[in-house]
Design a protein around this ligand. Structure first.
Ligand code: FDA
Length: 393
């Protein structure tokens, strides 16, 4: 039997942050990770450069059945706390856009930093260590049976992440564990994920694979302006990934194909200035040429600008500004960045992440029903939740 003060299942962003925060307080901490290395999602994040935080983080950047839950942890561990640690470890970084901070070199440096902090705090990190069973023998007496023996501690932290990218070690273990202790788990689904098209909808876009341009994507009252990428299966790019977290099959999804531009003003000005120009030529000024051509083949009537009557021009403008998309679904957990839903926060303390049902049991990071937008918000939640828990456990 290995005795510790804190056992953490899952050596990802939240688990490692929690581990060294607790370790620094003099607690004996063990992290149990079933993959052959810790922080695999950190390594693959941000195209290998880890978008480790967002300086504009606010609770409004998160989806949750309980939008207030994330406030306390985010307020007590801000992006600036994490940036301080990044700078202390001399990791060079830059802002890409919209407050998104990335490593200049490699995400490996973030994992190394977290591991160095764990080492300094005396944390034991076990990798390739699968968990067979978890038991609560009595109040604050947890046993975790693993391939490396049985671990015992009065505090158990579940930091097993979400279901996205199963090939990287993602499992539903945390959700099952939560249920086994009587916790409600809100339905999970893939978030920050490309959308798929099928049938005629896919055929219409098929030859445009690789075309990218800025749009505003809108669904269920949310809207995001950023690049959209047409893929051979459907739609991707930041604007689509963002809106995917707000969209479900059957929901309306509309695109403003000319964000920041009044389509009718533009078309009227073009008709006045270039009456003989064809619509596709005019649209190619503000959209990728291939897309402008396809629009005029399938959705709009291509003709010289002077031949458009005012109602026809208004109709064309309306389509450009509210272009409906019928997506069939998402690419699912295989490519999703995050999992929406998870352990119901109503049964957790927002200051410590401790279960209200089982004293000594904690849930941190993505396994909890808190999901950030694209842009560093998910790591910031993992750091903040891990820190809140590590400071209280
Ligand atoms: P995380 O998934 O990091 O860690 C969970 C750990 O638990 C894993 O190491 C897993 O192997 C382990 N585990 C699971 N089951 C277990 C079991 N039964 N026993 C033992 N261990 C177990 N976010 C962001 O803010 N900026 C970004 O740039 C990106 N980029 C990005 C790219 C890609 C491709 C993906 C898939 C995701 C992102 N994200 C992101 C999201 C971000 O990676 C994610 O939100 C955090 O890693 C969540 O941190 P957690 O610690 O909660 O889970």
């Amino acid at each position: 039997m290995h005795d510790y003060d804190v056992l953490i299942i899952g050596g990802g962003a939240a688990g490692l942050m929690c581990a060294f925060t607790a370790g620094r307080r003099g607690l004996r901490v063990a992290v149990i990770e079933h993959a052959n290395r810790v922080g695999k999602k950190i390594l693959m994040s941000g195209g290998g450069r880890c978008n480790f935080t967002n300086t504009g983080t606010t609770p409004a950047n998160y989806l949750s059945g309980n939008p207030h839950f994330c406030k306390s942890a985010l307020a007590r561990y801000t992006p600036w706390h994490f940036i301080e640690m990044v700078e202390r470890h001399r990791i060079a970084y830059h802002e890409k856009e919209l407050g998104q901070l990335f490593c200049d070199e490699s995400s490996k440096l973030i994992v190394k930093m977290l591991m160095d902090e764990c080492t300094a705090a005396g944390v034991r990190v076990l990798t390739s260590c699968g968990v067979d069973r978890v038991e609560a023998m009595g109040e604050r007496d947890f046993r975790v049976h693993t391939a490396a023996g049985t671990f015992r501690a009065p505090a158990l932290v579940v930091a097993t992440g979400g279901l996205s990218i199963p090939s990287m070690g993602a499992t539903g273990f945390g959700y099952e564990l939560a249920r086994s202790f009587g916790h409600a788990v809100l339905p999970t689904r893939a978030g920050l994920v490309p959308l798929t098209l099928s049938g005629t909808h896919q055929q219409r876009f098929a030859e445009l694979s690789g075309v990218a341009f800025p749009v505003t994507a809108e669904a269920n009252g949310a809207s995001f302006s950023n690049q959209m990428l047409i893929t051979h299966r459907g739609l991707s790019g930041p604007s689509i990934l963002q809106i995917s977290s707000f969209w479900q099959p059957g929901d309306a999804l509309v695109l403003d194909l000319l964000p920041g531009l009044d389509a009718l003003d533009f078309l009227e000005a073009q008709r006045a200035a270039r009456p003989a120009a064809m619509l596709h030529t005019v649209l190619a000024e503000v959209l990728p040429k291939r897309f402008a051509q396809r629009l005029c083949e399938v959705w709009l009537t291509d003709r010289p600008m002077k031949q458009f009557t005012p109602p026809q021009l208004r109709e064309a403008a309306a389509l450009l500004q509210r272009f409906p998309v019928t997506a069939s679904g998402t690419e699912g957990y295989r490519t999703a960045e995050v999992t929406l839903g998870g352990v119901d926060t109503h049964e957790l303390s927002s200051t410590t992440m401790e279960s209200r049902r089982v004293p000594g049991l904690y849930f941190v990071g993505e396994v909890v029903d808190v999901t950030g937008w694209l842009g560093g918000y998910n790591f910031q939640w993992a750091w903040a939740a891990g820190h809140a828990c590590g400071g209280a456990v």
